[in-house]
Design a protein around this ligand. Structure first.
Ligand SMILES: C[S@@+](CC[C@H](N)C(=O)[O-])C[C@H]1O[C@@H](n2cnc3c(N)ncnc32)[C@H](O)[C@@H]1O
Length: 265
């Protein structure tokens, strides 16, 4: 068993470094140590292919069984619609909710290095509460729990098997302030809890994202909020229908996400 505490200067300079870790037998304590290193979440190169490979290594090192769970979901989908297309699988299986079953695994989730960049740009203060709306396996919670230990994180996700796997990993890593909750965000009886930061990456149908943004608008009448929007649909809905959100950051090189603030008095 590798004991990382005896290797105080870990190097994360190339994908090989991550590959080596992937092939090592790591204890939960080792994994917990790894997620405390900010560099662990940084991709060795900025290009999209390496960013995705880096994230795949991180998932494997931490033991997130997303491939297995997605394959089970796909097998279930094929049972009633053999050839797809995959964009109809999620809604058919999940009461009309677009759960992106069959989507490439690295497209389904935001790369770790981008999550790390977003949290840095947000200048997260201790004890701020962060919510991911449509969280899949809860990657953001792993970065928050590892690097921002004084913050709390909740991710809402429709697909129960993703929620259970994410929570299993949080438990193994000892991330007691992070949690995933199985919830349909579009449900009429869901009251959006207050948070300092809301993260939305094109989570489902346009009308569902619009509904969530209206709920955030109601929260922003009571307290200041930051909203991180990733994906072209969410950003377009904000531009077209949510002028109350004040654009604060629009990355030139990082076209994938934008940051907004709001406090409606
Ligand atoms: C594109 S993924 C983003 C995952 C994560 N936020 C990230 O950036 O890594 C969107 C997730 O939202 C979930 N989702 C879609 N519609 C939902 C709904 N109505 N309620 C809760 N989750 C939903 C999907 O199942 C999917 O896992």
């Amino acid at each position: 068993m590798l004991q990382l505490e005896f290797f105080p200067r870990m190097e994360f300079k190339s994908l090989l470094d991550f590959q080596r870790l992937e092939n090592s037998l790591l204890s939960f304590k080792d994994k917990n140590l790894l997620i405390n290193y900010p560099d662990f979440f940084l991709s060795p190169k900025a290009n999209e292919v390496i960013r995705r490979q880096h994230s795949a290594h991180v998932d494997k090192i931490l033991g997130v069984r997303l491939k297995y769970i997605e394959e089970m979901l796909i097998a279930e989908a094929r049972g009633f619609d053999l050839d797809g297309p995959h964009c109809t699988w999620g809604p058919t299986m999940h009461e009309g909710v677009q759960t992106w079953v069959g989507l490439d695994l690295q497209t389904l989730q935001t790369p770790y290095c981008e999550i790390s960049r977003i949290l840095k740009l947000l200048k997260i203060k201790p004890y701020e509460h962060i919510i991911d709306l449509g969280a899949a396996y809860g990657r953001m919670g792993i970065v928050v729990g590892g690097i921002y230990g004084k913050n709390t994180f909740v991710g809402y996700e429709y697909v129960k098997s993703r929620v259970d796997e994410g929570n299993r990993v949080y438990k193994e890593l000892g991330l007691s302030k992070c949690q995933l909750i199985a919830q349909d965000l579009a449900s009429a009886d869901f009251d959006l809890p207050h948070a300092d930061v809301y993260f939305i990456y094109d989570y489902g149908q346009v009308e569902h994202i619009d509904h969530t943004l209206k709920q955030i608008s109601a929260v922003s009448r009571k307290r200041p909020v930051k909203v991180v929007a990733r994906g072209k649909f969410t950003k377009q809905i904000i531009t077209d229908h949510h002028p109350w959100l004040d654009l604060k950051y629009e990355g030139r090189l990082e076209g994938n996400f934008s940051i907004y603030t709001a406090y409606i008095n």
